[in-house]
Design a binder for this molecule. Sequence first.
Ligand SMILES: Cc1cc2nc3c(=O)[nH]c(=O)nc-3n(C[C@H](O)[C@H](O)[C@H](O)COP(=O)(O)OP(=O)(O)OC[C@H]3O[C@@H](n4cnc5c(N)ncnc54)[C@H](O)[C@@H]3O)c2cc1C
Length: 404
Amino acid sequence: MARLAQTAGLTDVQQEILSTVRDFVDKEIIPVATGLEHRDEYPQQIVDGLKELGLFGLMIPEEYGGLGESLLTYALCVEEIARGWMSVSGIINTHFIVAYMLKQHGTQEQKDHFLPRMAAGDIRGAFSMSEPGLGSDVSAITSKAVKDGEDYVLNGQKMWLTNGGTSSLVAVLVRSDEGHSPAETAAAPHKSMTTFLVEKEPGFGEVRPGLTIPGKIDKMGYKGVDTTELIMDDLRVPADRVLGGATGRGFYQMMDGVEVGRVNVAARGCGVARRAFELGVRYAQQRHTFGKPIAQHQAIQFKLAEMATKVEAAHAMMVNAARKKDSGERNDLEAGMAKYLASEYCKEVVEDAFRIHGGYGFSKEYEIERLYREAPMLLIGEGTAEIQKMIIGRRLLEEYRFQG
Ligand SMILES: Cc1cc2nc3c(=O)[nH]c(=O)nc-3n(C[C@H](O)[C@H](O)[C@H](O)COP(=O)(O)OP(=O)(O)OC[C@H]3O[C@@H](n4cnc5c(N)ncnc54)[C@H](O)[C@@H]3O)c2cc1C
């Protein structure tokens, strides 16, 4: 069953981690995912299991209690988890981005304070850039921080926080105009942004003085994981909770986090597509029309061939993007391409598996119905297809600059 999406050159440790995660997905996630999703129920038991496996600390360095694994190991685990249920990979993803940002950009005190408890899964992270009026255009952020004594006072509204309710640490990007005139801010809006590390109680309502998480946004898919707004009304945050200790670096820190997040979304696309293929190829051999299994009709075989080819291509690009980052090289081009291709292919593979199911694909009794509602989220999260193409295009023009 595992012919597709193989990865050459993995170490014994990587293979062992992957096989443990695959086993967990088959036994603990797939049998319950669709029921939980239909009830929009948070998968507490699954999250507890992932904590036990050490998944929340997979990429956190060993000195902070994590497993110190590579982005590739992480991405391959995410692929397996998304194959079981995409929402579970969403629970890990924002946590992983915040831990990564802390590891790369945090002060020593911030790392010591947060990373060990993040590795244990006791503190869980969410990250917040989007606002009601903007998602793609991050430079247009309007939420603001103003210095007041030893604190900053934050005001504004944020939108679309994955894990907004269940997290206890949110990395929030706001504008902080310290030392910048309005003209300077207008000329270089990226340089007047700061990431704050905001600790809060998990839950909804006023979770800390000045900070409200109103409730879950009702979504078409990607259920189980909570997605919320966040409202800051004179929220006081101490100056030592500025990520990295200095204001004005937030945009670059967030973009660094999103870049590895893109590999994660590509991996999710690979996992969901692989599951859709598995469901399609199984159903095609069970269902008979005109006296034979539909898999014996050439039109269906061609569909299966196209689906499997897309699963392979997306996996190869995702692995390439992760390895590039692990080697210490810039991977924005590869991550953008992998995210773009894997999310588009995922949508197409899911659609084909849905069509193979005929009318039954429309029934909530069949898993493909859930996947059909999940795949579109991947076209949007961590930057839409249009934004990926802008990144890819800009980078290509840098690489292939005309020297005439
Ligand atoms: C379920 C879910 C979870 C999310 N989780 C998080 C999270 O945890 N944290 C967070 O910060 N955000 C999160 N987001 C927000 C997500 O990142 C944004 O929705 C996404 O970046 C798109 O922004 P937007 O919705 O404002 O669309 P817009 O930016 O308004 O774009 C609308 C359309 O215009 C296109 N477009 C925009 N600009 C251009 C351009 N220059 N050229 C061509 N086309 C363009 C877009 O591609 C899109 O098709 C989440 C979103 C969803 C749906």
